[in-house]
Structure formats: structure tokens, C-alpha cells
Design a protein around this ligand. Structure first.
Ligand code: PLP
Length: 444
């Protein structure tokens, strides 16, 4: 096996194409073009095997709040690994890191979310949501309340229930759908707003939820699941009128509200959680990614007292993952949260670096090919259009234009992500002013 050591990028690419099935990758073009071989990270920067340097405009995959290469995290994980590398949390067992992290999360998440069910990822968190929601209503003596309402272009992960609740058509076609999941249209003004102002459209998009509930019957609806900002769907930042209207629609209804904060949590919007930004009070809140800044895999579902009190009386919940609250992942998350608190990472996004990038990002809206440049906190999108003014004339939305721009951007040393014919960005939250200037210059 020693002889398998690679000497060049091409060596890696050959072996990679032969043996590695990548997630969310077009295998034909992977084979033709070869994969990018990343070897090192520091702060907002990454280096490939050939020594080329990239500005990581996607924070890994919306994960790296504190940036790459922080020794403190590696040291904390090393200490934990030497002490107890792994034990499970099944069957009435726990460990200090799990207890500490659960307590911190209960204190820092929105009011009422005082319990956490740990998972290894965001997808597992959302499959947990699916089962918890049904378990809850069964325990409440209302097993007919089964329908979960999600949104088109929502993304909740790749496992079966998570992808069904999400609204990505391609995933439904390939993996099948689950019964009792219903999708409504997203609050995507740029695409669906027609002649309406953003404010009018936000209200209209909320009414789609009211209409769906009326059509399905409140007695059959178990939950509404939504990302406060739809990330993978194209950084769809809802108009300001959307969430207040949705809150009114759900008020007093026997429907659980699930805010998927896998991307929007841990400072991305300039608050610890986007639910804080929008004043949302979720019954369940999936988290992952920024929880450990991606240093090790960990996720969870924050569970409200309302749901936890019922589940606590329900005997055994037949659900869990071997790596729920993995000790090394808990150590990584605790070290990450400590750094975020000590370096005031979230406050800095809100008061300093967020507004600084937003101003420069919006200026990109002047570019002849940009129909809209939107951003909240440090997460944003560019809608690409063939001609100004933006929304009437559009590219075919096949993703061809986005992919082209992504490849050009990559060639220039800036990692952005293409979504259909748009570009999205979510850099590490610790990005400096100078690095923001470099990012914007490269994006232009
Ligand atoms: N939920 C949201 C909002 C996400 O954006 C993602 C991943 O991008 C997930 C869930 C799934 O998380 P994971 O890839 O860790 O399973």
C-alpha cells in the first residue's frame, strides 16, 4: 500500500475517479476534469496539492465560523481522544462533554429550547425531527396529524426523511418521496415576485402556508419546517414581511414549527441564531455545521420544553445514532463555542465585518450581469442576468451560467458556489477587512 503514495495532483485524480463516489457531483464531468485536491487550510485560506491558494468563500460548506487551522480545536480534540476517544450515549449513559455542551446549547439557543438530541450531521438531525414530530403527535393522542409542510428549494439534508421534507426536485426523483409531506412555494421575491413590492410579496408567500393548512386541514398537519434563510436553495432571504406573517398564521394553531438552523445558526446572520434575528420561537431547531465549525461532525435537534415534556412521559424513543454526542466532536464544539465567545465572533458579524462586506457586496449589484446582490450577516447571493434591469430577462436557469462563473471564480482563487444561474457566498465569520476587499475584487 505504501506504493500508493501520490506524487502529483494527477495521481490523486486518477485514483479518486476510480474509487471515490463523491456527494453531489456529476460523475461524468468529474472523470473528465478531475477533482480538486485540497491539502491545507488557515483562516479563510485553503491550499491545493500544487500550492495554489484559494479564498474559501463558502466556509468549507457553510461550516467554518472560526476559520481553518485553529490549533486550540485540534488540542482539545487530542486531549479528549487521549482521555476517552469514544463511548456511546445510549441506554442511560453520558459523558462530561455531552453534558457541558447540552447545557451551553440550552442557554444560548432561543427561549424554551432547553433540550438537545445529538446527531452526527444536519441530515440526521432532520430525520430525527421527522420521527420526533410523529412521536409527539402520537403521544398527544393525535396520530392522524402526520403531514409535514416544507418548501420548494428548501434543503434539510440527504437522508430519506430530510430530503423528502426538503424541496429539491432532483432528490425526490432519485430517492423517492415520503407520503404525508407537502411543499409550498418559497418566499423568493426575485424569482416569483412579479410586479409586487418585496413587502407585498412577503405577505403573499406567507399566505401560501395558510392556504396549504386550510387545504390539508389543520387536524392533519403535524409541522411546518423551514430554514429562516434558504441556503442551498440559493440564499433566499425572505422579505421583511414574511416571517411576521407566518408567525401570525401559526399562532394558536396546533402545528409544530421547525426552524432548520443548520446553516443560519452560530452567527451566520449576525445573531447567534437567525431565529433571534427574526424573532422566531421554534418548537424544534436542527443545528450542525457551525456548531463545531466543521472540525468534527456533530449536529443535533434543539427541542422545546413543550415537546420534550411530552416525549419524556412517552417511555423509550426508539431512535439514535452510535455517534450521537461523540466525545471528540463534543470537545471540538465546546472549543469552537469558547473561541466564538472569547473573540466576539458573532458581535463582530453584526456590528463590523457584516456591514462592511454587505456594503461592498451590494455594490456588485451595479455589474451589468448582476440582477440582484443580497446579503444578511455574512451570507449572500448574486442573481445573474443577461441584461439589466434584472428580473424580466433571465438565463435559462439550467445551471450552465452558474457553473461557468464558479469555474472562473475557482480559477481566480475564490471559492464560491453556483446555484442554478446565481452565485452564493458564506465566508468564515472571522474574515478580515482586507480579506473582504480581496474577496470582492475576485468576485468582480
Ligand atoms: N439543513 C440545512 C439547512 C442544510 O443546509 C444542510 C446541509 O447543507 C443540512 C440540513 C444537512 O446537513 P448535513 O450535510 O450535515 O447532513
Amino acid at each position: 500500500l505504501e506504493t500508493l503514495r501520490r506524487q502529483s495532483t494527477a495521481d490523486y485524480q486518477r485514483a479518486d475517479a476510480a474509487h471515490h463516489l463523491h456527494p453531489f457531483t456529476d460523475y461524468k464531468s468529474l472523470k473528465a476534469e478531475g477533482s480538486r485536491v485540497m491539502v491545507r487550510g488557515e483562516g479563510v485560506w485553503l491550499w491545493d496539492f500544487d500550492g495554489k491558494k484559494y479564498l474559501d468563500g463558502m466556509a468549507g460548506l457553510w461550516c467554518s465560523q472560526i476559520g481553518h487551522g485553529r490549533r486550540e480545536i485540534a488540542d482539545a480534540v487530542h486531549r479528549q481522544m487521549c482521555e476517552l476517544e469514544f463511548y456511546n450515549t445510549f441506554f442511560k449513559t453520558t459523558h462530561p462533554g455531552a453534558v457541558e455542551l447540552a447545557e451551553q446549547l440550552a442557554m444560548m439557543t432561543p427561549e424554551g429550547l432547553n433540550h438537545v438530541f445529538f446527531t452526527g450531521s444536519g441530515s440526521e438531525a432532520n430525520d430525527t425531527v421527522y420521527r420526533l414530530v410523529r412521536h409527539y403527535w402520537a403521544l398527544m393522542g393525535r396520530p392522524e396529524k402526520k403531514v409535514i409542510i416544507g418548501r420548494r428549494l428548501g434543503y434539510h439534508g440527504s437522508t430519506v426523511a430530510a430530503s423528502a421534507m426538503g424541496g429539491m426536485g432532483g432528490m425526490h426523483t432519485q430517492g423517492g418521496m415520503l407520503p404525508d409531506v407537502h411543499h409550498i412555494e418559497p418566499p423568493y421575491w426575485f424569482d416569483l415576485g412579479g410586479d409586487m413590492s418585496k413587502e407585498e410579496f412577503g405577505k403573499k408567500a406567507a399566505i401560501w402556508l395558510a392556504e396549504a393548512i386550510a387545504e390539508i386541514g389543520e387536524e392533519n398537519v403535524a409541522a411546518f419546517i423551514a430554514e429562516p434563510i434558504q441556503g442551498a436553495g440559493g440564499v433566499i432571504i425572505p422579505p421583511d414581511t414574511y416571517w411576521p406573517e407566518v408567525k401570525k398564521i401559526l399562532a394558536g394553531k396546533d402545528i409544530l414549527f421547525v426552524a432548520d438552523e443548520v446553516i443560519s445558526g452560530f452567527g451566520r446572520t449576525g445573531e447567534w441564531f437567525a431565529s433571534d434575528h427574526y424573532g422566531l420561537k421554534p418548537d424544534l431547531m436542527p443545528i450542525a455545521k457551525g456548531l463545531s465549525s466543521g472540525y468534527l461532525p456533530i449536529g443535533g435537534v434543539m427541542v422545546s420544553d413543550k415537546v420534550a415534556d411530552v416525549v419524556a412521559e412517552g417511555g423509550e424513543f426508539f431512535h439514535g445514532f452510535t455517534y450521537s454526542a461523540h466525545p471528540a466532536s463534543c470537545a471540538a464544539a465546546l472549543a469552537n463555542l469558547k473561541i466564538m465567545r472569547e473573540e466576539r465572533v458573532v458581535e463582530r458579524v453584526k456590528e463590523d465585518i457584516g456591514p462592511y462586506l454587505q456594503e461592498r457586496w451590494r455594490a456588485l449589484g451595479e455589474h451589468p450581469l448582476v440582477g440582484e446582490a443580497r446579503m444578511l450577516g455574512l451570507v449572500g447571493a448574486l442573481e445573474l442576468v443577461p441584461a439589466k434591469p434584472g428580473r424580466s430577462e433571465r438565463f435559462a436557469n439550467t445551471g450552465e451560467v452558474g457553473t461557468l462563473c464558479r469555474d472562473i471564480s475557482f480559477g481566480n482563487g475564490l471559492i464560491m458556489r453556483a446555484v442554478r444561474d446565481g452565485m452564493i457566498i458564506a465566508p468564515p465569520l472571522v474574515i478580515s477587512h482586507d480579506e473582504v476587499d480581496q474577496l470582492v475584487a475576485l468576485a468582480r
